[in-house]
Design a protein around this ligand. Structure first.
Ligand code: ATP
Ligand code: MG
Length: 445
């Protein structure tokens, strides 16, 4: 079978063969090549032991010697992972414990799904497929290698991996695998937060139609454990007149309209509505309103993201986007209102905030044309570098002191009053003009 690996894959396999070792391309790259899809990381598996691999190549990196993984830096500048064949010996449901093995088939036997358990020989072009992965790829079926219940119990992350792969490649999960998967879902809390989080970020960062995997999370009951706040909005009905589709359905649509290159905005879209169940009140027409749900959502999202041990920077960004999701100046706002709004959201949030707003508008079936117009307005006014913070004022505390003001709370009051004035009229932001305003209008007589 002809696949087109990078040249370096052939070079590495050849160099190992010349020392008497047998080397195969394995995992995602083989699967994706068979599907005709590009795959960045070609992983290799070999019967050479890690120290032996290090002996064959000039430039290597000991990535995970205890797992048998050596990084080989190839001439193309790419680091290829070369891992010694392994087999599982025992497991605790959190990590498979492995030992080195002698054959590629043993190595394939410890892999999670048949479509991931294919090996291809770069020199002979032979395909090893002991578990029927090629047929499953052709029929678009996701199936575990071996007995599903056992394979999930070895490593419960495979539950989430199954949902991700099935969504990403649009596969039907084989009924036997699905039944075992659903039965294994209650064990998800035993996983580490980091592994669960990485799975979510792979969905958001790799799958354009991320909704497919997330729908499967919901269908399998997998949201209940790490994502209880999302479970709450599944099935929550939005106001029937204003918004026919459910909140969860709109959430998924919003994510799909955002690009994979913006995982943080996609995460904000995923969590944007988690404040709605708590905020829901009935309106006078018998529909529902969600006053203040944005702030509630920001708080709940923070709890969820801390549970997943996300970075502080990511938490800050996502929760602010959620809190600001409906915070926008009106279409005909005068420049002073736009400047105040910019001072409030800060220009650094502007692009992502409009991305989120546009995605939510599209999910509501709106075209968002006036949104694009407002985005242009905000950008234009932002480009003029208006004085958005107290630091941008043409006077500082030293100037006030020189006017005879005693340092203290009154300093802040005066600077804030000046800031209001320059937000109204940025032309006032000159030292002499501001000092005159202080002398003539703000100083206590
Ligand atoms: P992608 O990187 O595109 O998400 P992949 O198939 O390359 O897909 P990786 O997580 O990079 O997935 O893993 C590489 C290979 O290692 C998989 O194809 C699979 O054969 C094996 N593998 C990874 N994680 C597990 C696991 N938890 N249990 C069993 N095998 C696994
Ligand atoms: Mg991979």
């Amino acid at each position: 079978m002809r696949l087109n690996p990078p040249r370096a894959v052939l070079d590495i396999a050849r160099q190992l063969r010349d020392r008497g070792y047998d080397t195969w391309a394995v995992g995602g790259a083989v699967r994706d090549a068979l599907l005709g899809l590009p795959h960045a990381d070609w992983d290799l598996a070999t019967n050479a032991r890690p120290e032996e691999v290090r002996g064959v190549f000039k430039r290597t990196v000991p990535i995970g010697m205890e797992h048998g993984t050596v990084g080989v830096l190839a001439r193309d500048g790419v680091l290829y992972e070369v891992t010694t064949f392994r087999r599982d010996v025992e497991t605790d449901g959190r990590h498979a414990v492995v030992e080195f093995a002698d054959t590629v088939d043993e190595d394939l036997g410890r892999r999670d799904f048949t479509i991931n358990a294919l090996a291809w020989h770069p020199l002979t072009e032979e395909l090893r497929d002991p578990f029927g992965g090629l047929v499953d790829l052709r029929d678009a079926v996701l199936r575990t290698v071996g007995e599903p219940a056992d394979r999930f119990a070895e490593d419960y992350l495979r539950v989430l991996r199954a949902l991700r792969f099935a969504g990403h490649f649009v596969l039907t999960i084989d009924p036997h695998t699905w039944a075992a998967l659903v039965a294994a879902v209650p064990q998800l809390p035993t996983l580490s937060a980091e592994r669960v989080r990485e799975e979510l970020f792979k969905i958001l960062g790799k799958t354009p139609h991320a909704s497919a995997s997330l729908k499967l999370y919901a269908a399998a009951g997998a949201l209940r454990h790490w994502y209880a706040e999302l479970q709450e909005i599944v099935g929550l009905e939005a106001a029937p007149v204003a918004a026919p589709a459910g909140v969860w359905a709109r959430t998924l649509t919003a994510i799909d309209t955002l690009p994979v290159t913006r995982p943080i905005v996609r995460l904000a879209a995923l969590l944007h509505a988690v404040g709605m169940p708590a905020a829901r009140t009935s309106d006078l027409r018998g529909g529902w309103r969600y006053p203040g749900h944005e702030a509630i959502a920001a708080g709940k999202a923070e709890v969820l993201l801390r549970r997943l041990k996300c970075s502080n920077a990511d938490i800050e960004r996502v929760t602010r986007l959620i809190a600001l999701q409906n915070d926008l100046f009106p279409p005909d706002a005068p420049p002073a209102v736009v400047r105040r709004w910019l001072a409030h959201v800060t220009p650094a949030y502007l692009p992502d905030l409009f991305r989120l707003r546009a995605a939510l508008a599209r999910a509501h079936g709106e075209h968002g044309r006036d949104l694009a117009e407002r985005c242009r307005t905000a950008r234009r006014i932002g480009r003029g570098r208006p004085p958005l913070t107290l630091q941008d004022l043409a006077v500082n505390g030293g100037d006030l002191k020189a006017l005879g003001l005693a340092p203290g709370p009154v300093f802040g009051e005066v600077l804030r009053a000046l800031h209001e004035r320059v937000l109204d009229d940025p032309n006032l932001n000159e030292r002499e003009r501001l000092l005159r305003i202080v002398r003539e209008e703000l100083l206590p007589a």
